[in-house]
Design a protein around this ligand. Structure first.
Ligand code: ZN
Ligand code: ZN
Length: 410
């Protein structure tokens, strides 16, 4: 991300009596942490006028990174975004982003919907929320996961409208134009729909979407701009062809096989599971606008997700934290920590939401670390999450403070 928030000059914040997480060693170091001008300072010698936050033995981690969110998805009926006034969607997004910051997420990667306007508003302090890496509108083939028309609709608008989360582009040339257009608008990555999905009205989970040539065209355009492609994909068939086309991150991947894990490591790609959303959609989805047809599709992926995560972790793939929640279900964002800890060590889950997610965003050393020089985005907990993941999974009970750019924001 090139357009990160500018540091707030002149601010000095000293965190006293902390347990500081060493992410590489997986251990805590007792000490103080000094933040100067929005960044972590090399030593803790604070000037006399520093603001002091005594955390009394609290546990300090880098601010969390969620690599799969939709900050504009105030409803699970994504198709309705196209006919909602963008001003209203923005107001809802501001509320959703504030909630994410309050849950300890200081950076998020938006996977369809958010644009440069929201990112700029956050950067300028107009909107309180996490730093935003956005991809603009997701590219979808006709009848794909980003085509929100139901089977009875004939009409198709050539021009992507307003607050819609996706745009339809068919054929290599149209995919190139769409990718270039999102890059023109500042996209940090290009999102493509490479398989069927849950919230789309007409496709099947087990369909593949986009031809290899179309996927390669998107990858070529993204790479030309020093960006990358992230692909929504569930089945091994869809995931493996996306990885072979050069896609850098696989979103969901609930039905991957051993070959998928090999391809992930061979291609230095990332897997971004989003397990919490299936659990939330199954229990609360219809309350928040999910259609009955979509609700029935949740079963196709719900049970397999944890096994996919275990398979990928065992095979050494890089795994980033994702939640993918919609509508009123955003409040479950931290529950993903608890779900993943059923098959992964707490340290590995924490890495997925810090150092590994930072790598995915191309921001290693900047975020997701407590190293000197990094942005002073911090999370203070009253319990040790390496010993009990509840310290992260229950933010309302265990979060003491959130610091963003060297300022306490909660
Ligand atoms: Zn998706
Ligand atoms: Zn998503």
């Amino acid at each position: 991300m090139t357009d990160s928030p500018s540091p707030q000059h002149g601010d000095t914040l000293l965190l006293r009596n902390a347990h500081l997480l060493d992410l590489e060693a997986g251990t805590w170091r007792e000490g103080d942490l000094l933040c100067v001008d929005g960044r972590i300072a090399p030593d803790a010698d604070a000037p006399g006028d520093a603001e002091v936050l005594d955390v009394r033995g609290g546990f300090v981690l880098p601010g969390l990174i969620d690599a799969h969110v939709h900050v504009t998805a105030f409803t699970a009926a994504l198709g309705s975004l196209a006919s909602t006034p963008p001003s209203y969607v923005t107001a809802q997004a501001a509320r959703i982003m504030g909630g994410m910051l309050d849950r300890g997420f200081t950076t998020v990667r938006d996977m369809a919907g958010a644009d440069f306007g929201l990112a700029r508003a956050q950067r300028e302090g107009l909107v309180r929320g996490p730093r935003l890496a956005f991809g603009g509108k997701a590219l979808s083939q006709t009848g794909g996961h980003g085509d929100s028309r139901d089977a009875g609709s004939w009409h198709h608008d050539e021009h992507p409208c307003c607050a819609d989360h996706g745009r339809v582009a068919d054929g290599v040339d149209a995919v190139r134009v769409a990718a270039r257009d999102e890059l023109r608008k500042g996209a940090h990555h290009i999102k493509v729909m490479a398989s069927g999905g849950v919230a789309s009205p007409t496709d099947r989970i087990d369909s593949t979407q986009y031809s290899p040539a179309e996927l390669r065209a998107a990858v070529e355009e993204a790479e030309a701009a020093n960006r990358y492609v992230a692909a929504h994909a569930y089945t091994a068939r869809a995931v493996n062809r996306a990885l072979e086309a050069g896609v850098r991150s696989i979103e969901h991947g609930n039905l991957i096989d051993d070959r998928s894990v090999e391809l992930l490591t061979e291609h230095d790609a990332f897997l971004v599971p989003t397990l919490v959303t299936y659990w939330a959609l199954k229990t609360e989805g219809r309350e928040f606008g999910l259609s009955d047809d979509s609700w029935r599709k949740v079963d196709d992926v719900l049970g397999a997700g944890l096994g996919a995560l275990e398979r990928a972790a065992r095979g050494g793939a890089r795994i980033a934290y994702g939640s993918d929640l919609l509508g009123g279900m955003h409040r479950h964002q931290n529950e993903e920590f608890r779900i993943r800890s059923e098959v992964q060590k707490p340290l590995d889950v924490i890495r997925s939401a810090t150092s590994v997610a930072a790598e995915l965003l191309g921001m290693s050393g900047e975020i997701g670390t407590l190293a000197a020089g990094a942005r002073a985005d911090l999370l203070v907990l009253d319990g040790d999450p390496l010993a009990d993941i509840a310290a992260l999974a229950d933010p309302a009970r265990h979060q003491v403070a959130v610091v963003q750019g060297g300022r306490q924001v909660k």
